[in-house]
Design a protein around this ligand. Structure first.
Ligand code: NAD
Ligand code: MG
Length: 374
């Protein structure tokens, strides 16, 4: 019997890569469900090839497929069915949150690319695992690396996590030059090919702040024991320093195929991942640099939001999502993204009882603050 996989966001960068990975693993897995936001043509192609029992399209206006599930609830309907063992959540943004929580409550493994879920609702996601018996296995390459470095060890054995960052396209730019960077410049990532939102996040380094918060919740490590270091080659995917001083790193060519496959098979390893093998003799020299916190205010603001806790990470995430969308539409300059995040974090109240309603209210308020800036 093969395991059923639901892929949320199958038309995106991670979703398409996942289908390439699954194509080589047909003896282990089958595709039980596919969902997309609005790319009906690609979803149709994928459905024709993979024949899932369930197909969902969130924005379905003008699409004539009575057999497809539609609207935002399609994501939740896709994950709760008994034939789904693993949910690969590759949706971008907080839109993926409800389905992650539903899958965890239903006792599923969530192979999580959608890091925004953990940033906005990390504590609720962990509680959902506890209540429903589900588990989160990270797809993000840094967190996959940390999971693999940890092996059977827990937080008590860890001195610190060292999360690597490529530094993005503006690694060597001054803050003044960056302030007016264009959309094309921000979308030209030196080592990874990804969706637009995460590519901009990698240029502001907001992505690394999201990843620090993600690591905090996934591995239960306090913020003062999570460090970010720039590693332009993207070969060392992250490291764990243990209490005795021993450091274990996970290394490989920059490809999401391995972390996606590992999130499905963890703790097992299978052959034929299909990615080029790492050869130290042809690899470039591996270098490391301190991160320039003053040049990348979105990183500093995000880590501070994580440390503040409460609603602050949700406000940080929502302001960033809204500001990146405005930047991609040409409505604010690159430097305006961090300004918008800072404005939201100083305007929206971040203390009080945390539940889904208060988090979504903070999310809405942050988006309104950012929307009012242009
Ligand atoms: P993408 O933009 O290429 O794809 C996003 C997918 O989500 C699409 O299939 C789209 O249809 C779907 N989607 C978007 N909005 C939706 C909505 N409102 N409701 C339902 N579905 C919606 O993005 P991506 O690069 O594949 O990234 C997906 C997630 O994975 C993000 O959280 C990102 O941070 C994370 N991630 C991506 C990479 C990468 O290499 N691309 C690496 C690590 C983590
Ligand atoms: Mg990452």
């Amino acid at each position: 019997m093969t395991q059923g996989i639901a892929i949320l966001g199958s038309t995106g960068s991670i979703g398409r890569t996942a289908l390439r990975v699954l194509d080589r693993q047909r003896n282990r897995f089958h595709v039980a469900a596919l969902t997309a936001h609005s790319n009906a043509d690609l979803l149709r192609e994928q459905v024709n090839e993979w024949r899932p029992r369930f197909a969902g399209l969130v924005e379905s206006a003008g699409v004539d497929r009575s057999d497809w599930h539609t609207g935002p609830s399609a994501l939740i309907d896709a994950v709760v069915s008994p034939d789904v063992s693993i949910v690969l959540n590759a949706v971008v943004g907080v839109a993926g949150m409800d389905a992650t929580l539903a899958a965890l409550h239903a006792g599923k493994r969530v192979a999580l690319a959608n890091k925004e879920t953990l940033v906005v609702a990390g504590a609720l996601a962990m509680a959902a695992c506890e209540a429903g018996g589900g588990e989160i296995v990270p797809v993000d390459s840094e967190h996959s690396a940390i999971l693999q470095c940890l092996g059977a060890r827990g937080a008590a054995d860890v001195h610190k996590l060292i999360i690597t960052a490529s530094g993005g396209p503006f690694r060597e730019w001054t803050r003044d030059r960056m302030a007016a960077a264009t959309r094309d410049q921000a979308l030209r990532h030196p080592t990874w090919s990804m969706g637009n939102k995460i590519t901009v996040d990698s240029a502001t380094l907001a992505n690394k702040a999201l990843e620090v918060i993600e690591a905090h919740y996934l591995f239960g490590i306090p913020y003062d024991r999570i460090e970010v270091v720039v590693h332009p080659q993207s070969i060392v995917h992250s490291m764990v320093e243990f209490v005795d001083g021993s450091v274990i790193a996970q290394i490989g060519v920059p490809s999401m195929e391995l972390p996606i496959l590992y999130a499905l098979t963890h703790p097992e390893r299978v052959s034929d991942a299909g990615i080029p093998r790492f050869d130290p003799l042809v690899a470039p020299p591996l270098t490391f640099e301190a991160v320039r916190m003053d040049a990348f205010p979105a990183l500093r603001l995000g880590i501070e939001a994580g440390k503040s806790g409460g609603m602050a990470p949700a406000v940080f995430n929502a302001a960033n999502e809204a500001a990146v969308a405005l930047f991609l539409d040409g409505d604010i300059p690159f430097g305006g993204i961090a300004t918008a995040i800072e404005r939201a974090l100083t305007t929206v109240p971040v203390t009080g009882k945390i539940d889904l309603d208060t988090l979504m209210d903070a999310d809405r308020q942050a988006r309104a603050v950012v929307g009012g800036m242009c």
